[in-house]
Design a protein around this ligand. Structure first.
Ligand SMILES: Cc1cc2nc3c(=O)[nH]c(=O)nc-3n(C[C@H](O)[C@H](O)[C@H](O)COP(=O)(O)OP(=O)(O)OC[C@H]3O[C@@H](n4cnc5c(N)ncnc54)[C@H](O)[C@@H]3O)c2cc1C
Length: 456
């Protein structure tokens, strides 16, 4: 076997090959979470599947770990690594829409902003994340929870096929008809099976939506959470809405005297006929007085980017998560206690609904197992000042310790911290054994191990 040298890799790659001595290395090794400071041997900014194949071969032959970077949002920093190869897909962000077939094909490094801009032009959309800067890649391969999930399922439920470069450096198409085992495993198994260079999605008629955010005083939090758990269980599936704890940022729609105070908010998206949006949101206005709101008709990509400013690149991140079947009174009490202590304006707790279409897929149809959970909770610690790391991590852990016993054992893989590796089996429940089998077939040496790892 010929071991590829860095010079050989540079010859093979059309994109950029950035090693430690090269200009731009420090920029190239950075990821979204500023707490992560790793030094890969080389960062390859791929521009096509061939570059990805060359990078995978280079890593395998050199026995180096590979970190795959899509949008770079992984909180544990799985988009980079020490002493290995980073396959950065940020130059592969093209999105091609086929309006007749109602499909859209996104390259492996596209963000949801890229995707939504391309599909909205045709009056189409698919389930993506809440903000526009998250990668289609990581979000889809772990699940994909967003405004449209109750109506159209998780992002991975809308996947028709994927182009995958596997550990042997070969190019595979994974779909219901080809490499079905691989297709099953990548729908939830994250980056354990290869580098996805292109995703083909089903898209649905959604252009303008009615949506936004409503702020309520904390004294109403119990009423709101008790109302929400019931309401969302049988609300029309065109409605995606979740409660959260949020410090009021200094925005013009919020009265100045409220800036810096903590509120319970509801963020919602009505993807049915826009003229029915006001009616769909009425229950949120009836439950308690709204003290500030930014709600109305808008293009779907506008809602998808409305909160981007709260989550800029370069914050410190530490997150924890659980799936929840029933939001019990005890769980609500724990949320009231810990949600009120949200430490900074960037941090938040969201309770996302994952019922509706997400429940119409069986637990073993894809690797994403928690099809009977009604909510995915995320405790998202995000703060600007590294001097505050200890205090912010403590808030997340205390919150998690109080709510975990009232939740399912597993949590959503995409919201988990690096110290959650011990929960991986619980996240996949009965699907774990089959995931190990598929891992043994496609990546027996665990080349793709910079992730919530499924060991072969
Ligand atoms: C601000 C913010 C908001 C978020 N909002 C949501 C939300 O609304 N809904 C939701 O479900 N999740 C959300 N998440 C979580 C998100 O799904 C995960 O962080 C996800 O892993 C990010 O994917 P990425 O491509 O941006 O990140 P990356 O760090 O690039 O990748 C994350 C993981 O996926 C792998 N990966 C990425 N692209 C590929 C690819 N093309 N092929 C193979 N492996 C790949 C990486 O190797 C890594 O293991 C959010 C995260 C952040 C930070």
């Amino acid at each position: 076997m010929v071991t590829l040298t860095l010079d050989k890799l540079r010859e093979q790659v059309r994109g950029d090959v950035i090693a430690a001595a090269d200009p731009g290395y420090d920029e190239a090794r950075k990821v979204y979470n500023a707490m992560i400071d790793r030094r890969p041997e080389v960062v390859v900014r791929a521009v096509n599947a061939g570059d990805v194949m060359a990078s995978v071969n280079f890593a395998r032959e050199g026995r180096l770990p590979i970190a795959i970077r899509g949008g770079g949002h992984s909180v544990p920093g799985f988009g980079t690594c020490d002493g290995g190869v980073v396959v950065d897909l940020a130059r592969m962000r093209g999105v091609h829409v086929d309006p007749k077939a109602r499909t859209a094909r996104a390259e492996g490094g596209a963000t949801w902003g890229d995707f939504n801009a391309a599909t909205n032009a045709f009056g189409l959309a698919s389930t993506g994340g809440i903000v526009s800067t998250t990668g289609v890649g990581g979000l889809t391969l772990g699940g994909g929870i967003g405004y449209l999930a109750r109506g159209f399922g998780l992002s991975l439920d809308n996947l028709i096929s994927a182009d995958v470069v596997t550990a042997d450096g070969s190019f595979q198409v994974a779909s219901e008809k080809e490499n079905e085992d691989l297709f099953w495993a990548i729908r939830g198994g994250s980056s354990n099976f290869g580098v996805v260079t292109s995703f083909e999605f089903r898209v649905h008629p959604v252009k303008d939506i009615y949506g936004g955010v409503m702020f309520y005083e904390l004294k109403h939090v119990g009423d709101i959470l008790r109302f929400y758990r019931q309401f969302i269980s049988d609300a029309p599936e065109e409605l995606g809405a979740f409660p959260g704890f949020q410090i009021a940022p200094p925005l013009p729609f919020i009265p100045e005297k409220l800036h810096g105070e903590t509120f319970i908010v509801i963020v919602g998206c009505w993807a049915g006929p826009v003229d029915q949006g006001e009616k769909a949101f009425k229950p949120f206005h009836d439950v308690a007085p709204v003290v500030a709101e930014m709600v109305g008709p808008m293009p779907y990509p506008a809602l998808n980017s409305a909160f981007d400013g709260l989550y800029p690149h370069g914050l410190q991140h530490y997150w924890k998560a659980n799936f929840v079947k029933e939001l019990t009174d005890d769980a609500i009490a724990a949320h009231i206690e810990h949600g009120a202590k949200v430490p900074v304006v960037n941090s938040t707790v969201h309770i996302y609904p994952i019922n509706g279409a997400c429940h119409r897929v069986a637990s073993d149809d894809t690797a994403f197992a928690y099809r009977d959970a009604n909510f995915a909770t995320v405790i998202a610690g995000m703060w600007p000042d590294p001097a505050q790391n200890q205090a912010n991590i403590k808030w997340v852990r205390d919150y998690y310790d109080a709510t975990a016993p009232l939740s399912e054992e597993g949590g959503y893989i995409n919201f988990m911290a690096e110290d959650d590796q011990g929960r991986i089996k619980a996240n996949y429940r009965g699907n774990y054994g089959r995931l190990v089998e598929v891992k043994r077939k496609y990546d027996p040496d665990n080349l793709f191990r910079v992730n919530q790892n499924i060991k072969p």
